[in-house]
Design a protein around this ligand. Structure first.
Ligand SMILES: Cc1ncc(COP(=O)(O)O)c(C=O)c1O
Length: 458
């Protein structure tokens, strides 16, 4: 870690910036309890620097599961700059198009599962989920079943923060004080193997339980009133929850039997994060709609893409129908140009395959954690991992991870995030062997000093 020495005036101006941030900038999911502000001003590879000149190791993909190709990639910078110079923006409404959007849509369809045919671009994941919801209802509307208006999502699933996507999201805290939420949404249990017995109240096979619960929920609503189910192939923000191998194939089969669509929320998992371009095919999900964002541009520009199967796309956006939906920045040429360059880098550098190498490194580097009394479970899926903290192994009472991430940042210059009791890692796919090893050692060092009351010993 390097620190650039700043003059007294520069330091004062850095502190002033932090004060102005506290005064004027409202952060996503801002916590009143945390007055810390880390003002990041530069990045290179897997490192970023703050306004004081301090270097940090980014093991959470720009703080948010993005940054597949690492910070400061010349290829993306050039692609963005060239496109800004040629045509920064033009609308996608009224039949207007642009070359970059057409090329990107075509490229995505080449990479996606075989049944995918059409793409709608958004500015991010939440807008993508909203789109998928409307597309699902529209599909049934055009097929003569307008009464199919219900959605099924899962507790601990994360799908965004807008009204529809926020209602699908299974974090009750995010919905407090903003109700009433969108109607016609039902929640079922997530596949959470570490807590299956306590969460499901049974020791039967988890998939059997989850399928029965899903079937009961569908029957309660009425099978011909359900539009779609949405799920992340592997739950991300809810704590890196990988389902049993038979979970998605059985869910898919059940939904198909009832004529219900399946939306794969691949905002986190697509573009290499779990070791594949798309994760849903590997899990037997066979979705009708796939929502992506984050890794599509590695976070270099705000962009999401909603992929639709030939059947769904042809029904809602075929030649003889009106698709009554769209945003000013749908198919933004500069964002699409950056995405194309990003996909080129992912392919050229073999980053999808590299995620599987990182998976091995993570297993090795996080292995010492499994012996600690503070660690209940370590879950590694491709180049992402969750470390679930508990007060003790017997009770499995959750222990919040925020004190650990704060100490890691201050003492070791390592940035990662805690989602409740689970510390989540999602490093850039270019991270070096020694960088990850150092992160693992730092995590072990800090977590071993975590007390059951949440304090960290000196
Ligand atoms: C799985 C998943 N879906 C949707 C979203 C929402 O995306 P955005 O924050 O770009 O709106 C996120 C964001 O973290 C996500 O993890």
């Amino acid at each position: 870690m390097t620190t650039t020495e700043l003059s007294a005036a520069q330091q004062a101006s850095a502190h002033a910036l932090e004060d102005l941030d506290r005064r004027h900038l409202v952060h996503p999911q801002q916590s009143g309890a945390n007055p810390d502000r880390l003002v990041i001003v530069r990045g290179d590879g897997s490192s970023v620097w703050d306004v004081h000149g301090r270097e940090y190791l980014d093991i959470c993909g720009s703080g948010n599961w993005a940054c597949q190709v690492g910070h400061g990639r010349e290829e993306l910078v050039t692609a963005g700059a060239e496109q800004l110079g040629r045509l920064a923006y033009f609308s996608g409404f009224f039949g207007f198009s642009n070359d970059k959007a057409v090329r990107l849509a075509t490229r995505l369809i080449e990479l996606a599962p075989d049944n995918m045919e059409r793409v709608f671009f958004t500015s991010g994941g939440s807008e993508g989920v909203e789109t998928a919801m409307k597309v699902s209802r529209l599909f049934h509307h055009h097929r003569g079943q307008p009464e199919r208006t219900w959605f099924i999502s899962r507790n601990l699933g994360y799908h965004g923060a807008t009204y529809g996507s926020g209602t699908l999201t299974g974090f009750p805290g995010m919905q407090e004080g903003v109700g009433p939420n969108l109607p016609h949404v039902a929640k079922v249990s997530p596949p959470y193997l570490y807590r299956a017995a306590e969460m499901y109240g049974t020791t039967e096979d988890p998939t059997d339980f989850l399928l029965r619960e899903l079937d009961d929920t569908i029957r309660e609503i009425g099978p011909d009133r359900v539009a779609a189910m949405i799920g992340e192939p592997v739950i991300g923000g809810g704590g890196i929850l990988e389902p049993p191998a038979d979970y998605w194939p059985r869910v898919r089969e059940l939904l198909s039997r009832y004529g219900i669509l399946l939306i794969a929320d691949e905002v986190v998992t697509a573009f290499g994060r779990t070791g594949s371009w798309f994760d849903s095919p590997d899990r037997g999900m066979a979705p009708d709609i796939i929502v992506t964002a984050k890794g599509l541009t590695s976070g270099y520009a705000p962009l999401g893409a909603v992929l639709m199967s030939a059947e769904v796309g042809g029904t809602v956006a075929g030649d003889d129908v009106v698709f009554g939906h769209g945003h000013t920045y749908s198919a933004h040429p500069t964002a699409c140009a950056i995405a194309l360059a990003n996909l080129d880098v992912i392919e050229k550098d073999g980053l999808v395959e590299r995620a599987r190498v990182i998976e091995d490194w993570l297993r090795e580097d996080l292995a010492p954690l499994t012996g600690l009394p503070q660690v209940g479970d370590v879950r590694v899926v491709g180049a992402t991992a969750g470390i679930e903290l508990v007060t003790d192994h017997a009770t499995r009472e959750p222990l919040m991870g925020d004190p650990v991430t704060t100490e890691l940042q201050h003492k070791h210059g390592v940035i990662c995030r805690a989602y409740g009791p689970t510390i989540v890692l999602s490093p850039p796919l270019v991270i070096e062997r020694d960088q990850l090893r150092r992160a693992g050692a730092a995590l072990t060092e800090v977590i071993s000093r975590l007390l059951p009351d949440g304090r960290i010993t000196a």
